[in-house]
Design a protein around this ligand. Structure first.
Ligand code: FEO
Ligand code: CA
Ligand code: CA
Length: 625
């Protein structure tokens, strides 16, 4: 009997459990060497060129703020462990859209065991990345539904039925929904012609260098250019031309094999595609059975572009942006007008990427080719605070362009990119020539081991890592040479090394901008607001015990890019992860995502927990981002 996983563990945790990863990364080694060197030289040495302004987060005595002493226009809040949301005094929050809420008035009242009918006409589960768009006079949010918790959505039984599987497929993907100011906060505009659900069976087009490649051809689609659905939609991005980017992360776990003896095709191991799936799709859908349709898995792991202004438009998978466990996408422009997209591959020992288009962006001009024709780069970090983007080309990788876009991880390994501690969200500053990436944690690292790239790498010699278990994570910041995001060279430092200054020793105490009043672990979601402030969301251990004592529930904090000050702004309900952030048109309301809450949040009583998007605003109506 095929069982499905009905635990409520997050997808990242599930993936880590079924597929243990290499333990220590190159980036850990680079950072620890840099930190050791800094300790030797004294704490006022910042890394790299531009040291006068870089590294403020690491400077002793410049950034330490006790709880309550904030430079921000709000009073930072303490940690909480209860089953609700807290925001600073003078601010209010309210749910906007909860799992199961109707997008159309003919949708069913949805709850556990309802069945598949109408499950594609309601707000899906486990909200993640989101972006708000102005469409005419309307405001529209595009928002991801990363995964489902089967225990909340289908009856418990030995083997899921075909209808069970369809229900799960419908409750994931993307929602596009019009929102409008209500009596209090914002509401979904039910039946808006702009409302749309995109799920695991929505037709989409495959574009870019891998489109039509033999590895993307299946019996249902011999052309290799048309695919159904987008999987495990994690973080988001927005283009300069008003479209939404949804990022396929742990797509591997949806594929399984009805043949337990099947020898895995080439490249599957590197992406974690194996015989066991999480939701048993392969029982009813041959395309998810790698024994029948091995190429279907090559059609996922991409970034998908969606036009939120046109509900009839077909989403497009942009293979030029590479195939890996995409977290999010942060778009900006090079000085010469080429489009730059920064991206992270969220897995222990994988890489950070940059895409640069060949064409240039002209406002109002054609944009279709800008995400189809360009070059991928992977990041290489040096211990002296410098780094470079290594181009992934046929010359550097001995792979053709289509294969670079399909087996991107292998291409990045071949050029010697730096293996990282799970790159989550990337964000580009709106006020400074710099960008940031959350490196969330590496919970199972063992001291004394290093690796040189992904799960195929041989352990490489390296220094023992003083942070033997990177349970807290860090945020790396880089500044492109000449302030031009099109440049190959950059300098880097750590904006923050998360830690616990109360119970942590040495580097476990965190960098100097981590205090008893703001400590957190596992930075994950991130956005930079219109003032250049860095909003940091966490997805970590909320036990509030041992090394995590004093950190409380997962939370959202605000960081200043220059002073390094970090202040806690919001705490989520117990059990939840805070992920996804966008603002309304006049920036007076922030929309925040709450994923996998515990208990009965937000409805209370004997209700099921409902992952939700909430609105947060200042009671005096001032802008907040
Ligand atoms: Fe979906 Fe890496 O978070
Ligand atoms: Ca995440
Ligand atoms: Ca995470």
């Amino acid at each position: 009997m095929k069982r499905i996983d009905t635990s409520d563990m997050s997808w990242d945790d599930w993936d880590a459990q079924v597929r243990p990863e290499p333990e220590v990364t190159d980036f850990d080694r680079v950072v620890e060497t840099a930190m050791t060197r800094r300790a030797v030289l004294g704490s006022l040495v910042a890394l790299g060129s531009g040291a006068a302004v870089m590294g403020t987060a690491m400077l002793k005595g410049t950034t330490a703020h006790a709880y309550g002493q904030s430079d921000f226009p709000f009073e930072p809040i303490p940690a909480f462990t209860d089953n609700t949301i807290h925001v600073p005094e003078g601010y209010t929050w309210r749910p906007v859209a909860r799992w199961g809420d109707k997008l159309f008035s003919d949708a069913p009242e949805f709850d556990n065991g309802h069945g598949a009918e109408g499950s594609d006409r309601i707000f899906g589960e486990n909200t993640d990345g989101m972006e708000l768009y102005r469409v005419g006079d309307a405001e529209v949010i595009a928002v991801n539904h990363e995964y489902v918790n089967p225990a909340l959505n289908i009856p418990e039984r030995e083997t899921p039925t075909e209808e069970d599987v369809m229900t799960l497929m419908n409750l994931q993907g993307v929602t596009v929904m019009e929102v409008a100011r209500g009596e209090e906060g914002y509401d979904v505009v039910v039946d808006s012609p702009l409302n749309r659900r995109i799920h695991h069976n929505t037709p989409m087009r495959i574009s870019g260098p891998a489109a039509g490649h033999a590895l993307l051809q299946t019996s249902a689609d011999p052309s290799g250019t048309e695919v159904l659905g987008t999987l495990n939609n994690c973080g988001s991005g927005r283009t300069l031309w008003g479209t939404y980017l949804t990022c396929e992360e742990n797509f591997n776990g949806y594929f399984g094999s009805t043949d337990a003896e099947l020898e895995l095709p080439e490249g599957f191991a590197r992406y974690g595609i194996q015989h066991d799936s999480r939701y048993a799709y392969e029982l009813y859908h041959p395309r998810y059975d790698i024994a029948q349709e091995p190429n279907e898995a090559h059609r996922f792991g991409y970034i998908v572009e969606i036009d939120p202004a046109d509900p009839e438009s077909q989403p497009v998978k942009r293979t030029a942006l590479g195939r890996f466990k995409h977290e999010n996408a942060a778009m900006t422009l090079a000085e010469d007008g080429r489009v730059v997209v920064y991206m992270g591959d969220d897995e222990r020992g994988e890489f950070m990427y940059k895409y640069v288009s060949n064409g240039t962006y002209v406002e109002g001009g054609p944009t279709d080719g800008l995400l189809d024709d360009g070059t991928l780069y992977a990041a290489s970090f040096n211990e002296d605070g410098t780094g470079s983007w290594l181009a992934l080309t046929p010359d550097t990788t001995a792979m053709d362009t289509a294969m670079i876009c399909i087996h991107t991880r292998q291409a990045a390994s071949s050029v010697g990119a730096t293996t990282m501690d799970r790159p989550e969200w990337v964000a580009v500053s709106t006020t400074l020539p710099e960008a940031y990436c959350c490196l969330t944690n590496n919970s199972r690292r063992a001291e004394g081991f290093t690796n040189a790239g992904g799960d195929l790498a041989e352990p490489a010699p390296g220094t023992p890592n003083p942070r033997g278990e990177n349970r807290y994570g860090q945020i790396v910041r880089w500044r492109p040479e000449g302030g031009d995001h099109g440049a190959d060279a950059f300098t880097w430092d750590l904006y923050v090394m998360a830690g616990n200054p109360v119970v942590g020793l040495g580097s476990y105490a965190g960098s100097d901008n981590v205090t008893e009043g703001n400590m957190f672990n596992s930075p994950d979601g991130m956005q930079v607001d219109s003032n250049g402030l860095i909003w940091i969301q966490t997805d970590g251990d909320d036990s509030n015990e041992g090394p995590y004592s004093g950190m409380g529930n997962n939370q959202m904090l605000v960081g200043h890019p220059e002073t390094g000050e970090i202040a806690r702004f919001l705490t989520g309900p117990s059990g939840s992860e805070v992920t996804g952030l966008t603002w309304n048109s006049d920036r007076t309301v922030a929309f925040v995502g709450i994923q996998h809450p515990g208990g009965t949040w937000p409805d209370g009583g004997d209700s099921l927990p409902r992952s939700s998007v909430i609105a947060v605003w200042r009671e005096d109506g001032a802008a907040i981002g």
